[in-house]
Design a protein around this ligand. Structure first.
Ligand code: PHE
Length: 472
């Protein structure tokens, strides 16, 4: 508001002679006007010249008299027309007020201090002191002699007033240019970015001392110190079990639809398989090799089920399964690992992976088309949902998240499935931190795993985990 007024005024006038007068005229707070002038000056919109003025402000005592009246008038009014014994008058007034009042009133020849009686010498008095104090408080100019007298009585004190006179600066414009803070996808696409002026980074800005950093600093540092090593350490912690987590080979961004979806019992009409959600490759557009007998069993389980399942009852397409894509989750890697595991006599395993995945999403400041997933998989005979919950408590507590809640969810490849929520002390609410479940028999049995083998698994996004630590 003040900024518009100042720039607007300078469009039509040469100068703002005095910021004080300008503020009063436009009903603006002078402090605000000063701040705006300083900022406009910094960006060379205006030139500003200091104005200093000695002004007077009321002391506490002056303030008290400006409201209640001067001591001499208070004293005068306490004297009835017929006079009053000194002691009685004294009782009616505060001692200091009495003392000052007597001295001043006597000096003004308003009262007679007799031996017994104090009496009025005039019938009526004006409270000039109060009036003068009110004028000064109001910022009005007062006669030098009066100032001297009030200053002598310590009812006013000097104060320097700081203001400015303002003229157009070298970069004056009637409106401040808006600097853009965020570069968006739209600006890039339309080419608009070329005409925009961007806000400079302030590398000296202090980090806000919100509740964010204090929550899990040691774990976050652990994570950042060693790249993914921090999380790996969590999987490698010997207390976790005698059997350590083995890292799965994740060096394959291009995956076939078969391993990314079909092997996971994700039907071919599933919306996540749409090209709006998944990046498909143009070259090479299809995979060359898939384990044929296993493909046959996957096809069968999709079409007609088996292993106690009805399947999805649709015509499964090999072409669809052959399509190459950028893997949408690291669970594609878990599927390959479990298939490999199933080809040998069964031994229990614990696996983990941390690597990049891709989703066809609108890219903006907070969303990327690629991010990293952390995944854990445990397979053993007779595992239960209770084991999964226990492992999740153990895992997330190592990331500093000790209060967990689970919400029933749906994944095509797990049953039951649970979304994982952690209570965030800083936000004061539950935030989603991951997804989990027990892989379905329709996924595990076609691979050839023994019937009593259960596989529990969970996944989370590394970026989301960081965000939970750092952002609101
Ligand atoms: N693949 C799931 C996702 O991308 C995460 C998950 C992994 C869920 C393992 C259950 C079991 O969100």
């Amino acid at each position: 508001m003040a900024e518009e007024k100042i720039l607007g005024y300078l469009a039509k006038n040469d100068e703002i002679v005095d910021s004080g007068g300008f503020a009063a005229q436009h009903a603006l707070d002078h402090d605000e006007v000063v701040n705006v002038i300083k900022s406009l000056h910094g960006f060379r919109y205006v030139d500003a010249q200091d104005i200093k003025r000695e002004t007077w402000v009321l002391t506490d005592e002056g303030m008290a008299y400006a409201t209640a009246g001067s001591p001499e008038v208070q004293l005068f009014l306490a004297i009835p027309p017929e006079g009053i014994p000194r002691e009685e008058l004294q009782k009616k007034l505060d001692p200091l007020l009495f003392k000052i009042g007597c001295a001043q009133a006597a000096k003004n020849k308003w009262i007679e201090m007799g031996k017994q009686l104090v009496s009025r010498k005039v019938q009526h008095v004006d409270d000039r002191v109060k009036d003068l104090l009110l004028q000064i408080k109001d910022g009005q100019v007062v006669d030098q002699d009066d100032i001297k007298a009030l200053k002598g009585r310590k009812l006013i004190a000097p104060q320097t007033w700081n203001g400015y006179s303002v003229k157009k600066g070298p970069d004056y414009a009637p409106q401040r240019k808006k600097f853009v803070a965020d570069l968006t996808r739209e600006m890039l696409q339309s080419g608009e970015w070329k005409n925009l002026e961007f806000k400079e980074y302030n590398f000296n800005a202090k980090v806000s001392s919100g509740p964010l950093l204090v929550d899990y600093p040691s774990n976050y540092l652990k994570l950042m110190d060693s790249g993914h090593g921090g999380i790996e350490k969590i999987f490698h912690r010997d207390i976790c079990a005698e059997i350590r987590f083995e890292e799965m080979p994740t060096d394959r961004y291009v995956e076939s639809s078969f391993w990314n979806f079909d092997a996971l019992f994700q039907p071919q009409q599933h919306p996540a398989r749409d090209s709006h959600d998944t990046f498909y490759l143009k070259v090479p557009s299809t995979t060359k090799e898939l384990p044929e007998d296993y493909v046959e069993r996957v096809k069968r389980v999709h079409e007609s089920g088996g292993y106690g399942s009805r399947g999805y009852e649709y015509d499964w397409s090999r072409e669809e399964a052959n399509k190459n894509l950028l893997r949408t989750h690291t669970t594609a890697v878990s599927a390959r690992m479990l298939y490999t595991l199933a080809q040998k006599p069964f031994t229990p395993k614990r696996y983990f992976s941390i690597d990049r995945v891709f989703r066809n999403e609108a890219v903006d400041r907070t969303h990327l088309a690629e991010f990293h997933q952390i995944e854990g998989v445990i397979c053993d005979r007779g595992l239960t949902l209770g084991d999964l919950i226990g492992v999740l408590h153990d895992f997330f507590s190592r990331l500093g998240m000790t209060k967990l809640r689970f919400k029933p969810a749906y994944n095509p490849y797990t049953e039951p499935s649970m979304e994982i929520f952690s209570y965030h002390e800083g936000f004061g609410k539950w935030v989603e931190v991951g997804n989990s479940g027990m892989f379905r028999p329709e996924m595990l049995l076609p691979m050839g795993l023994p019937e009593d083998v259960r596989v529990i698994a969970w996944g989370l996004s590394l970026e989301r985990y960081e965000k939970i630590l750092f952002l609101a």
